[in-house]
Design a protein around this ligand. Structure first.
Ligand SMILES: *Cc1c(COP(=O)(O)O)cnc(C)c1O
Length: 400
């Protein structure tokens, strides 16, 4: 079965007496046990819930994992991963990660006596050099957020395993529809399911999946012990969102490719980054390890003021953190999703302050192109706008 079929074809209500076509929401904290000494299948929803179980079985199946766990948010999922690392050891993390992940690693883990080091994971030699005797876990995003750098997952898995450490991949940008880190050798795959897996900006959720029985046991223990599991209603919403993942992403990345090509030809922009562009430094590697480039594009205008004005001049892109929803969004990562990274660290990591992140939705691409075109010509310098005028004809803006 191909993944688009698996998304809608799954056992949605195992053991339910009435065979409902859609998974019921078991909105209950407790389950009556058959006797004082012997339990039924479930006893307490923090430990297990039938709606969540259907979701987790489906997530494991989509990732090619044996086990998956769903959490109240992506950060709760990443928090559970960090619990795999004992006090006194070290995590090696990518140096371009979601801002909230950086906050957890830099401000919470030191309190638990876990050290964190950072490396550019798109450079396998740099990672090899940074692994130390106490390193237990390598945490990678590819493409990274927000710079869209691509890391070689098969090479990193080989390196990690040669050194006896675990590789965890935050695959939020691509979902199992486009990339399967476990098949490339990763030990753990993480998602902020708030993004594409949900697809509608209507809940937060997180996922961890693995093929290892031992890691699964530890994750289940942490999820129960810390009470971070996804609630039944949110599990139900996520199950519904996942069904349309393939159609949404197909449309979103087709739109994103057209928009990235348009932006890359725009003379007023100083940089445009999208793994689907042939001139992206990670393009070939990305095409080898993923089935598509996703729908997030980064661009630079040369000044923070111009970037802020550009984002504000857009009419079809809402100014919103996050991404992965059906509607297009625009943001300034250094002021929004990555503001928790201190300015000096952003500078040291060459994270441009004028970076604009566009998350492309399922709208008609001609409307999105026309909106970008009007915003760019309003915001960028007049001489640049004149030069960019023929762009409108080139992209075929259409009246409706
Ligand atoms: C959003 C995001 C997270 C955090 O997920 P939440 O659901 O917001 O807690 C983690 N990693 C990446 C790559 C993200 O984009």
């Amino acid at each position: 079965m191909k993944i688009a079929t698996k998304l809608v074809n799954f056992e949605s209500s195992p053991h339910d007496l009435f065979s409902p076509a859609v998974t019921p929401i078991y909105q209950t904290s407790t389950f009556v046990q058959p006797s004082a000494t012997g339990g039924g299948s479930y006893d307490y929803s923090r430990s297990g819930n039938p709606t969540r179980a259907v979701l987790e079985t489906q997530l494991a199946r989509l990732e090619g994992a044996s086990h998956a766990y769903s959490f109240a948010s992506g950060m709760a999922a990443i928090g559970a991963i960090t619990r795999l690392v004992a006090a006194g050891s070290e995590i090696l993390a990518g140096d371009d990660l979601y801002g909230g992940t950086y906050r957890l690693l830099s401000q919470i883990l030191p309190r638990q006596d876990v050290a964190v080091k950072y490396a550019d994971t798109s450079d396998v030699d740099a990672v090899a050099a940074a692994i130390g005797p106490q390193t237990r876990l390598l945490l990678v995003e590819t493409p990274s957020n927000p710079l869209l750098r691509v890391s070689d997952l098969a090479a990193l898995a080989e390196l990690a395993h040669a050194k006896g450490i675990l590789l965890a991949v935050d695959s939020t940008f691509l979902t199992p529809y486009l990339q399967k880190p476990l098949e490339l050798g990763a030990d753990l795959v993480i998602h902020s399911a708030t993004k594409y897996l949900s697809g509608h900006s209507d809940r937060t959720a997180g996922v961890v999946a693995t093929k290892s029985k031992e890691l699964a046991g530890e994750l289940a223990f942490t999820q129960n012990a810390e009470g971070t599991a996804l609630a039944p209603f949110d599990a139900w919403l996520l199950l519904r969102g996942i069904k349309t993942l393939a159609v949404r992403l197909d449309r979103q990345q087709a739109n994103a490719q057209r928009i990235a090509e348009y932006l890359s030809r725009h003379p007023g922009l100083t940089a445009v980054s999208y793994p689907g562009l042939a001139d992206h430094p990670g393009h070939d590697l990305h095409c080898r390890q993923a089935r598509g480039a996703g729908a997030v594009i980064s661009l630079e205008t040369g000044s923070v003021e111009a970037s802020a004005k550009l984002v504000e001049a857009l009419q079809l892109f809402s100014i919103t953190v996050s991404f992965g929803s059906v509607g297009s969004l625009a943001s300034l990562p250094c002021r929004m999703s990555h503001a928790s990274i201190p300015p000096e660290v952003r500078r040291a990591r060459a994270l441009p302050e004028d970076l604009v992140r566009l998350a492309i939705g399922i709208e008609d691409v001609d409307d999105l192109l026309a909106d970008l075109d009007q915003a760019l010509s309003r915001v960028l310098k007049p001489d640049v706008c004149q030069r960019s005028a023929p762009m409108i004809a080139q992209v075929g803006v259409r009246e409706e």
